[in-house]
Design a protein. Structure first.
Length: 154
């Protein structure tokens, strides 16, 4: 089985520049063998964010793509923090927040964009962890999705 860094190349994934915190916090904090990653938004490689509200101006597939972009952004932060994605042993937990209308009900399918990417990069065991997917009335700067997570690392 190839390494996570190899899979990034094989999948021809382009990671954005790791984002800087928007306020007074760290993008990631390592504590022992755990890496806590702060909430990240869908930062595209051109530096813009995917904005919108699911159930109003975005559909489930667009939201799923936004969640995948969040995953790429998180991978950029993890690589920047650890020096290599190969130091990730497994995804422990992900908490996905979807900017959605009150009647939108497909939050888990949206966050699958993130979860499927993690499985592609880290494998079906190490890339799949515990997860929550919830709807929010709003997210900062009207971003479509925000995700925070915890990884076990070397």
């Amino acid at each position: 089985m190839s390494t996570p860094e190899d899979r990034i190349k094989e999948l021809k994934l382009e990671l954005p520049t790791p984002p800087k915190p928007m306020a007074k916090y760290k993008s990631a904090v390592r504590y022992g063998n755990l890496l806590y990653v702060s909430g990240h938004g869908p930062l595209k490689t051109d530096g813009t964010m995917i904005q919108g509200k699911l159930g109003a101006d975005m559909n489930t597939e667009q939201g799923k793509e936004a969640a995948r972009v969040v995953g790429l952004t998180i991978l950029a932060t993890v690589r920047n923090t650890l020096g290599s994605l190969n130091k990730v042993k497994r995804l422990i937990k992900a908490f996905g927040m979807v900017n959605a209308t009150p009647d939108f009900q497909e939050h888990p399918f949206v966050i699958n964009g993130f979860s499927e990417l993690m499985a592609e990069v880290f494998g079906d065991d190490a890339g799949v962890g515990a997860r929550s997917a919830i709807g929010m009335v709003s997210l900062p700067n009207n971003i479509a999705v925000e995700i925070e997570c915890v990884f076990e690392v070397e």
